[in-house]
Design a protein around this ligand. Structure first.
Ligand SMILES: Cc1cc2nc3c(=O)[nH]c(=O)nc-3n(C[C@H](O)[C@H](O)[C@H](O)COP(=O)(O)OP(=O)(O)OC[C@H]3O[C@@H](n4cnc5c(N)ncnc54)[C@H](O)[C@@H]3O)c2cc1C
Length: 395
């Protein structure tokens, strides 16, 4: 290659933004042309989205302009939607143009996994972007306004959350904090409001420490959440959900948090995938092309037992750091680094001032865990924007 190599990064979520920032920091002038493509001009802090979705925080607080994170003299930012990836031609088709690359980083995130349950895609809401959470927040308020017009329709005040994984539990915590406020605002008797969690597995937070699961479910039950565990949703309709046992729950709102799959563009491009997530080698490159890296929710990394790690921001950030290293190493003809995940712990919030988590080998709960969650958020802001961003957003 006589000209300087072209690196194209698709997606400016956790994986894409951290890769871009690392490249901008470590690449020398004229070592590579780096282009970052994202469908919005902003990055969003996905790990906060359960709050604006419930209405306990403003969507703006989860939003950061990409121009504030990257140095546009070093990284070209293209605001566009990726329509197709053509790895055989080393091209990416955007909605309005085409990009050629020498190295490609795909970090386009995930999509809700509906497991083929009829009606979920059409009728359930999902927490996946700033626009989707604005919609959920407005929808929830609208249910209260509609109930005031049709007080016989108690189903408007029934909120079903499908899935009791981390996202479901965090959203339930916020919803349970928010709905009493909406009851006061709309003069609605709180006894009429129902928050029902439906989860197919026998436990909430499947696979998590049992003592912490018990703490979380007890805390949420105390706020009024009803858990229907070991209960599958058979169908979602305009009017609510139908459970596997045939029971119908009429509800004005169904929010589905039951699973994540990879972005469909990867399957369409012909990469080997499992639930839409590309299988990558230990350097994070696809099996088919050693100049194509895949990170975050659209990649799959297996643990020592051969099981996929759950898709998280934590793993996406660590992958991005290794990916940036490997891109620079490839350009400089030096050694690549293998990816191995260092689990620093997990904290799930349960609403204001409460959370559960494991940090290192320590179990934490209550206010201490909520503070730890805040510290994790601040650390991320520091990684992507240094002290100025921490001061602007995090304190
Ligand atoms: C409510 C909630 C709470 C969570 N809490 C935690 C937590 O506490 N800890 C944790 O580790 N993880 C958490 N997660 C998971 C975490 O947010 C994801 O694993 C992480 O965002 C994945 O990063 P990513 O870079 O793969 O994708 P994303 O961060 O989703 O970024 C993908 C980017 O690609 C863009 N994009 C998508 N399609 C296109 C297209 N066609 N063209 C152009 N751009 C496109 C999107 O706009 C987005 O900017 C949570 C998730 C949710 C929903």
């Amino acid at each position: 290659m006589s000209r300087i190599p072209r690196i194209v990064i698709l997606g400016a979520g956790y994986g894409g933004v951290v890769t871009a920032i690392r490249l901008q920091k470590h690449l020398n002038y004229n070592e590579a042309d780096v282009t970052l493509v994202n469908k919005h001009e902003y990055h969003y802090i996905t790990t906060h989205l359960h709050m604006p979705a419930a209405g306990t925080d403003k969507p703006e607080n989860a939003r950061i302009d990409i121009s504030k994170l990257i140095d546009e003299f070093k990284i070209d930012f293209v605001k566009s939607t990726v329509a197709q990836i053509r790895p055989q031609d080393k091209k990416v088709i955007l909605e309005d143009s085409t990009l050629s690359y020498d190295y490609l980083v795909i970090a386009l995130g995930g999509e809700p996994e509906t497991f083929g349950i009829p009606g979920l895609k059409e009728h359930a809401l999902s927490i996946r972007s700033l626009n989707s959470v604005r919609y959920i927040r407005e929808h929830i308020e609208f249910q209260f306004a509609k109930f005031k017009q049709e007080p016989q329709r108690k189903d408007y005040l029934t909120f079903v959350v499908g899935g009791a994984g981390f996202t479901g539990i965090e959203f339930l915590g916020e919803l349970a904090d928010r709905l009493p406020k909406l009851c006061r605002e709309f003069d609605v008797d709180p006894a009429l409001v129902q928050i029902i969690n439906v989860e197919a597995a026998p436990s909430a937070l499947p696979g998590f420490d049992q003592e912490l699961v018990d703490y979380a479910t007890t805390a949420l039950k105390a706020k009024g959440v009803v858990f229907r565990l070991a209960t599958a949703i058979k169908e979602c309709t305009e009017d609510g959900v139908i459970l596997a046992n045939g029971e119908i729950i009429k509800a004005g709102t169904v929010v589905w948090t039951g699973g994540v799959r990879g972005n469909r563009l990867l399957e369409d491009a012909g990469f080997e995938t499992m639930r839409g997530r590309a299988v990558v080698d230990s350097y994070l490159r696809t099996k088919e092309y050693d100049h194509v890296y895949v990170l975050g929710d659209c990649s799959i990394v297996l643990n020592e037992q051969g099981k996929p790690y759950p898709p998280t921001a934590q793993i996406s950030i660590q992958q991005a750091e290794v990916c940036a290293h490997n891109l620079i190493a490839t350009i400089r003809n030096s050694s690549l680094k293998e990816f191995s995940f260092h689990n620093r712990g997990t904290v799930a919030s349960l609403g204001k001032g409460d959370a559960v988590g494991i940090v290192g080998t320590h179990k934490i709960k209550g206010y201490k865990a909520a503070m730890m969650k805040k510290a994790i958020d601040v650390r991320y802001l520091y990684i992507i924007g240094g002290i100025p961003l921490v001061i602007r957003k995090g304190l």
